[in-house]
Design a protein around this ligand. Structure first.
Ligand SMILES: O=P(O)(O)OC[C@H]1O[C@H](O)[C@H](O)[C@@H](O)[C@@H]1O
Ligand SMILES: [Fe+2]
Length: 191
């Protein structure tokens, strides 16, 4: 991507506490060091509602124990803002979770489009053996809210290895569903 105005990256240590297997996370950290696990380059023309931020995400492949490498995940701070992703390289998936706790998975490969509707929490997961590269675009006034995942003890499901090349969803035992009032407040804030 040329002309990027913003760049940020996350290292293995930044994702401490997100994976099921804490010991595996620590072991990987001491084995590989604090390597970059994903990076984002974006272009932000402005922060005005009608404008659009777009860019590229590149995720390294890997497993923490049996769990695939993931992004931190978020809901948009202005929760009714959508997003679109376009797969460029590698294989992965978008893990989507509604405020009510429904999970939907969209598999991403080169030349596939993933639409993230308003109000859906989203996290990318690299289920492949090479890097996962996706283009994305979302309204410039969306913002990111990470607290919604923290307060519920993570997302409802974890994406784990299944055999040699597959993946499967496993319940996150620490997950606490959001109360109806919390969901209603989220919807009201956007109305
Ligand atoms: O913000 P994270 O959950 O760490 O995900 C990393 C990035 O994923 C996507 O590419 C989004 O469009 C970015 O806005 C986001 O920052
Ligand atoms: Fe987003």
């Amino acid at each position: 991507m040329s002309g990027a105005s913003g760049h940020y990256e996350k290292r293995l240590s930044d994702l401490d506490g997100l994976y099921l297997d804490d010991a595996a996370h620590k072991a990987l950290l001491s084995e590989k060091g604090d390597v970059v696990v994903y990076e984002v380059g974006d272009f932000r023309p402005s922060a005005v509602a009608g404008d659009m931020i777009f860019g590229l995400t590149r995720m390294v492949p890997g497993l923490v124990g049996e769990e695939f490498f993931l992004t931190r995940g978020h809901i948009h701070a202005n929760a009714d803002r959508p997003e679109v992703y376009y797969g460029q390289k590698g294989h992965g998936l978008m893990q989507l979770e509604s405020p009510e706790g429904e999970t939907r998975i969209v598999e991403i490969a080169p030349q596939t489009v993933c639409y993230v509707p308003p109000f859906w929490i989203h996290r990318s997961v690299n289920t492949g053996s090479e890097e996962l590269v996706m283009m994305f675009a979302y309204p410039a006034d969306s913002g990111q809210d990470y607290g919604i995942i923290e307060r519920s003890g993570g997302m409802r499901h974890r994406v784990m290895r299944n055999g040699q090349n597959g993946w499967r969803l496993v319940d996150n035992a620490a997950y606490k569903p959001r109360a109806r009032a919390v969901v209603d407040a989220l919807m009201r804030a956007a109305a």
